[in-house]
Design a protein around this ligand. Sequence first.
Ligand SMILES: C[S@@+](CC[C@H](N)C(=O)[O-])C[C@H]1O[C@@H](n2cnc3c(N)ncnc32)[C@H](O)[C@@H]1O
Length: 283
Amino acid sequence: MVAAARAIETRRPDALAQDVYAEHFVRGARSSAGWPVRPEEVPDGEANPLWGRLGRYFGLRTRVLDDHLLQSTRAGARQVVLLGAGLDTRAYRLDWPPGCSVFEVDRGEVLAFKHEVLDGLGATPKVVRRPIGADLCADWAEALLGNGFDPAVPCTWLAEGVLLYLPNLAERGLIDTVDRLSAAGGTLAYEVKVGWEQPEVRDNPVYSSTKQQIGVDLLALFDREPRPDSAQDLSSRGWTTSVHTPFDFTRRHGRGPRPEPNDALASNRWVFAGTGQRSPRPG
Ligand SMILES: C[S@@+](CC[C@H](N)C(=O)[O-])C[C@H]1O[C@@H](n2cnc3c(N)ncnc32)[C@H](O)[C@@H]1O
């Protein structure tokens, strides 16, 4: 679904982000082969709650996090870890500074599908890329360390579109691991929802239309446990944090979703955190 949104965004005349690989993932999977990948294929165009409004949200998120990762690596981070990387093609499409490595952590079968599509296109990464099949609910740090990740080298971590689906304990464990494996100059960006939404928000067309058009019940996929306050957790560990709504970036870019009544995007937060100049980590 996110790949289809990125494919459509790529062809918008005022695109916020470009991903030429995205449409091939959509066409390459039987379940999504008939979904739209161009603006002109979207029924009702921009008024479509899924491919219009939520799709634009994904376009804005992609752009903001593209910018963030490039900024962090240009400032000195030499490792990038994409947690729940899914069909993220940043390793193939962004102009990374020399000497960077991108680690992509996701389930083995998701990465296998990704490789099948990208290999079929003859795509080559623009960076050293290390895919790691691992479960974010288990001990994924071992797999990362076993694949060349160096905790002494500054890293920029990204958890885009994944913490919403993980149990409370897995999110806490993820924050703990990121903190433990981060040297000075490290950053972390992630997306969360604050709190479980009220019934009138759960009735928002973004949810009903997604279920009706493509059979994806987002509300059933979100983890329903009370969410941890990871920004607070990071602050207490000495990280600086800044918490944004997506609408902050809609204003900044002059494009993107705008608030609406009973908004399914109102509880979404994009959090940016940095270690600053911390002392070397023990162990
Ligand atoms: C909505 S997708 C987002 C993918 C990507 N970050 C993006 O924004 O395009 C969520 C991803 O998280 C992965 N994921 C969910 N739970 C996971 C787990 N327990 N371990 C590893 N990956 C997981 C899924 O396989 C999927 O690729």
